[in-house]
Design a protein around this ligand. Structure first.
Ligand code: CTP
Ligand code: K
Ligand code: MG
Length: 175
């Protein structure tokens, strides 16, 4: 989940500049996405999540090596793991963007809070994207247990990091 957790905070750190909707409004007269969704945030966030995933893949291959298990350096497993890492990191920010679109339609201004949705948008986005490229990751009961745990702990984790982000001046609101 690290590739899904990191894009949001890194988007907050590196974001800014041209908004993804180019400042345009929707038929309802409100912004399509708003100034909180920028190209710089999107690309830097996805990039950071992807790099974190690559490091995880590398660490796990080192782990196998230490245990004496042969793993081909660029075998099919690595390719599918890289695709999943990209799906997790891009899905996280596309989920966040999708949420902003609906917040604007509900008349909520940029930064206004939408409890639970703000905390879980990126998890759902990351899983939907991953499901599209690797549905086999979702079949085991073990995975379902992990997913349930993530849904429970993520809102708490998200709020904690956002309060820290707010205190150090990276985020405008503590949610
Ligand atoms: N950010 C960005 N680009 C993105 C996502 C986030 O630049 N694709 C940056 C913005 O500076 C944003 C901050 O990260 O203000 C925090 O992100 P988030 O809480 O998702 O945005 P909000 O400003 O709360 O906007 P919204 O109401 O649309 O969620
Ligand atoms: K967010
Ligand atoms: Mg916000």
């Amino acid at each position: 989940m690290l590739p899904a957790y990191l894009p949001n905070p890194f988007a907050a750190v590196f974001g800014g500049g041209k908004p993804i909707d180019w400042g345009r409004t929707y038929k309802d007269g409100r912004r399509i996405l708003g100034d909180g969704k920028t190209y710089r945030g999107l690309f830097s966030g996805i990039f950071c999540g992807f790099i974190a995933g690559c490091i995880e893949i590398w660490l796990s291959s080192r782990g196998f090596e230490i245990m004496g298990i042969e793993m081909p350096a660029f075998g099919p497993d690595y390719k599918s793991a890289l695709i999943v890492v990209l799906a997790l990191s891009s899905g996280a920010l596309f989920g966040d963007m999708f949420k902003s679109f609906f917040k604007r339609r509900m008349g909520l201004k940029r930064g206004a809070s939408l409890p639970l949705v703000d905390q879980l948008d990126f998890v759902v986005g990351a899983w939907v994207f991953t499901y599209l490229v690797a549905p086999e990751w979702f079949v085991s009961n073990f995975t379902h247990g992990i997913m349930l745990t993530i849904i429970i702990i993520t809102p708490l984790l998200h709020l904690t990091t956002n309060i820290i982000g707010y205190l150090i001046g990276v985020k405008k609101e503590p949610w």
